[in-house]
Design a binder for this molecule. Structure first.
Ligand SMILES: Nc1ncnc2c1ncn2[C@@H]1O[C@H](COP(=O)(O)OP(=O)(O)O)[C@@H](O)[C@H]1O
Ligand code: SF4
Ligand SMILES: [Mg+2]
Length: 460
């Protein structure tokens, strides 16, 4: 699970000149207007911008969640070399008049393609956390469900590993961990003994900071010699190999026993994961219902659910906005922990730059459906270049002034956006060229780009 992906430098997602328009009765809203963006493996990319600038639209488009009234006018999103939006883009080009119903038929195709990716490779925490959890199901079930369906092989291999491992094995493992940590020798030992299913279980204990070393050792020593019936073992071995749950239509009782083993293991992994993320009493929490938890805890559960299948990319859409300030801080801590403990790639969306300053490696600033500035966090904070970024920075509340200062002017009416630079109507530095032609991204520093004529192009 926790292999290091940081060595691969190809982007995990590449967005090229993406234009997305929403067709509504009140007109066509041009939500995305030529987004160019790369999400790099292993980074936390912060995306900031005022409400309505298209952040959620962008996040959802990367997930392949596109409403039927959204037209892909131009542009690509490439995930693992696949250009998902192609059918929608081609339809828009062909169509004389855009029809949401026709778009919907094609969305099914896109969804099919994306469902192979969604939940496993890319997952998303949505802006409205309270609507994401089902009030009628236990927390453990909701986290487990994704595992149960996508990763039964992993669950089988975890259960089998505890049956296969001997006392001698876990003793040796503790010894290796104490001598060399969770490095190559640890992994090689598990491989040689055919107990790789223990890897996550051991690491998630070993990395817990709040536990005393002796307690951790004992927990690892206990991961052995778990009895299993030979019937269950046979089926689990098959599931381990195929990563598929067999159809038990002719053997309903056997089916129930095997599924129960798998589901129990899913609960176990869920609790383990919650523990790893610093949630107290995880073994109890998995049997609770959402209403028994606080808002902050619920949000952690939502984030956990998004992470449980070890996705390559997690999109967090304003995961702290609905929460009060202290809980916001806890969720930010959680994201920092995640970043440290689970090697994944994160896209962290927020209207609040100060939130991003805590977690991001790079920051992209969005305005009216475009990326107007992008660069390393330090560059954005220490030397913001775009007039809009500078305004956003000034609006960050300080200790003296808690209220967010309003930014002057309004986001343009996206049914009829300015022809030139989108920021023209609000910009104190506007020049004639700004009104005529949309600026491209100009390089202003190491890995730092700005879409503004103050930094390149023809100044008139
Ligand atoms: N399903 C939709 N139908 C029509 N317009 C939408 C829809 N979703 C979003 N929009 C519009 O698209 C623009 C961008 O919205 P959104 O992506 O939610 O911005 P943000 O997340 O930055 O607040 C807004 O003007 C919003 O009203
Ligand atoms: S391109 Fe012109 S209008 Fe746009 S931000 Fe730069 S100076 Fe202002
Ligand atoms: Mg949003």
């Amino acid at each position: 699970m926790m292999e290091n992906r940081k060595h691969d430098s190809s982007p995990i997602v590449k967005i090229e000149n993406l234009h997305l328009h929403y067709y509504t009765r009140r007109g066509v809203y041009k939500a995305l207007n030529g987004v160019n963006l790369e999400i790099r493996r292993g980074e936390v990319l912060g995306v900031a911008g005022e409400s309505g600038c298209g952040k959620s639209t962008l996040g959802r488009a990367i997930m392949g969640i596109i409403p039927r009234n959204a037209a892909i006018v131009e542009g690509k999103i490439i995930v693992d070399g696949v250009d998902y939006l192609k059918p929608l883009r081609e339809y828009f080009k062909r169509a004389k008049k855009f029809k949401p119903t026709k778009n919907q038929d094609l969305l099914k195709k896109v969804n099919e393609e994306m469902s192979k990716v969604r939940g496993q490779k890319i997952s998303m925490v949505f802006q409205e956390p309270m609507t994401t959890l089902n009030p009628l199901l236990t927390v453990g079930y909701q986290i487990s469900e994704a595992l149960f369906y996508h990763n039964p092989g992993l669950l089988a291999s975890r259960r089998l590993a505890r049956a296969r491992a001997t006392k001698e094995d876990t003793k040796n493992i503790v010894k290796i961990l104490k001598e060399e940590g969770e490095g190559e020798r640890f992994r090689q030992y598990l491989k040689n003994r055919n107990i790789m299913g223990l890897e996550d279980q051991i690491i998630s204990i070993w990395r817990r900071r709040e536990l005393h070393d002796l307690k951790k050792e004992q927990m690892i020593l206990d991961l052995c010699c778990e009895p299993i019936s030979s019937m269950a073992r046979g089926y689990l071995e098959q599931i381990e190999k195929t990563n598929l749950l067999p159809k038990f239509s002719k053997l309903p009782i056997v089916g129930r026993i095997v599924k129960r083993e798998i589901l129990k293991e899913a609960y176990k992994k869920s609790a383990e994961f919650l523990g790893l993320l610093g949630i107290p009493d995880p073994d109890k929490v998995v049997y609770m219902y959402p209403h028994e938890l606080s808002g902050g805890q619920r949000q952690r559960i939502v984030i956990t659910t998004a992470m449980i299948n070890n996705p390559n990319l997690v999109i967090l859409d304003e995961p702290t906005s609905a929460l009060d300030v202290t809980i916001q801080a806890q969720i930010l801590e959680l994201v920092k922990e995640l970043k440290e403990k689970i090697n994944s790639t994160y896209m962290f969306i927020s209207h609040d730059l100060s939130v991003l300053s805590e977690v991001s490696d790079r920051i992209a600033i969005m305005y009216a459906g475009q990326i107007v500035e992008i660069g390393p966090r330090s560059a954005i904070f220490n030397s913001p270049k775009h007039p809009y970024t500078q305004m956003l920075m000034e609006a960050i509340p300080t200790i003296e002034a808690h209220e967010l200062k309003a930014i002057k002017g309004e986001v343009p009416d996206m049914r009829n956006p300015p022809k030139g630079c989108m920021f023209y109507p609000r910009c104190p530095y506007a020049m004639p060229i700004c009104k005529e032609k949309r600026p491209q991204l100009f390089k202003v520093g190491e890995d730092h780009y700005v879409a503004c004529y103050l930094y390149g192009g023809e100044k008139k």
